[in-house]
Ligand binder design. Structure first.
Ligand code: BJW
Ligand code: ZN
Length: 264
């Protein structure tokens, strides 16, 4: 840990002051934010990549080698994601969206929990587990047919349907990545939440933000690969720390903004 990274268990006065002044906030999330919703991370001791080899499941080559295995694995994860509910961390980010002038949530997660929590200004850098497209013609799966083996196939060309997520070696969707880079560059405060900061190019966003003058803060239950580059590391579950930030920002709002609108 760099001696310049403050190591805390709750938001500092300095962060609260920066948030008070900020007009532009960018939040990056990873799998850790969904742990309190019951979903697994990738690289923690019980994480997905500890139990399964990503080169068997998260590359296009793996899919073409064994589409049955990969489709089955993603269908099971889709069911888990759909059954999960947004937690206090997701809901706090929705409030940050509502309270900030310029805001962007950049998520690496494919579980759709941020959208279901109501966050509006967001980009999904690694796609979305609910979407499917044909591995051969690229068409989305508006109509699907099943192979003799029961695999999900494209009705147009009979190619196998793959999940709409970004696998290793694949480029990130262009427009979401451009929006993420712009938001990181203009951010006054950048929050990196529940990510191991190992997977690029997403992991480069807090570095970009810092180079452009942002106050960069990590929220995680343990230090990540990039903690030493942050101004602050707040050690604690996202579902506990993020609501504290929202509580502080709300306390700064004029009272009339907090009163429910009874005129309708
Ligand atoms: C909590 C918590 C609580 C727990 N509260 N916190 C530069 C350098 C080196 C390598 C590369 C590079 N540029 C590109 C690469 C290659 C590669 C890469 O980065 N590899 C690294 C592993 C070394 N990147 C790519 O291939 C990317 N594409 C690309 O770069 O395209 C250009 C290109 C094309 C062709 C050739 C070369 C370049 C694509 C990356 C796609 C990643 N895909 C996955 C799978 C998505 C689908 C699926 O879900 O199955 O995305 S991998 C997986 O990792 C998933 C995640 O989004 C991603 C990040 O993981 P995340 O979210 O950080 O989770 P964890 O588990 O790692 O961490 C969880 C954290 O939560 C931990 O820190 C916990 O402590 C914390 N935590 N409880 C707060 N309650
Ligand atoms: Zn097709």
């Amino acid at each position: 840990m760099s001696s310049r990274t403050a190591h805390l268990t709750e938001p500092s006065e300095q962060l609260l002051g920066r948030l008070e002044q900020a007009t532009s906030l960018c939040v990056l999330t990873g799998a850790g934010i969904s742990v309190e919703s019951g979903l697994s991370t990738f690289r923690d001791p019980e994480g997905l990549w500890e139990k399964y080899n990503p080169s068997d499941l998260a590359t296009e080559a793996a899919f073409r080698r064994n589409p049955k295995l990969v489709q089955g694995w993603y269908q099971a994860r889709l069911e888990q994601a759909i059954s999960a509910q947004p937690n206090a961390g997701h809901l706090a980010i929705t409030e940050l969206d509502e309270l900030s002038e310029y805001f962007l949530l950049v998520t690496q997660n494919v579980d759709t929990l941020h959208t279901r929590a109501g966050t509006k200004r967001l980009v999904e850098l690694h796609g979305n587990i609910s979407d499917e497209r044909c591995v051969d013609c690229g068409q989305p799966s508006d109509r699907l047919v099943f192979s003799e083996e029961g695999l999900r196939c494209c009705a147009d060309c009979n190619g196998f349907l793959r999940p709409g997520v970004v696998w290793f070696g694949e480029t990130l969707p262009t427009e979401p990545f451009e929006r993420a880079s712009e938001a990181a560059s203009r951010a006054d405060v950048f929050l990196s939440v529940g990510t191991s900061s190992i997977v690029y190019p997403a992991a480069g966003l807090p570095l970009l933000a810092k180079q452009n003058g942002a106050f960069v803060v990590e929220i995680n239950v343990e230090p990540s690969a990039l903690s030493h580059t942050m101004h602050e590391l707040i050690l604690g579950p996202a579902g506990e720390i993020l609501p504290l930030l929202v509580e502080h920002i709300r306390s700064l709002q004029p009272l009339n903004k907090l009163e429910p609108n009874t005129s309708r």
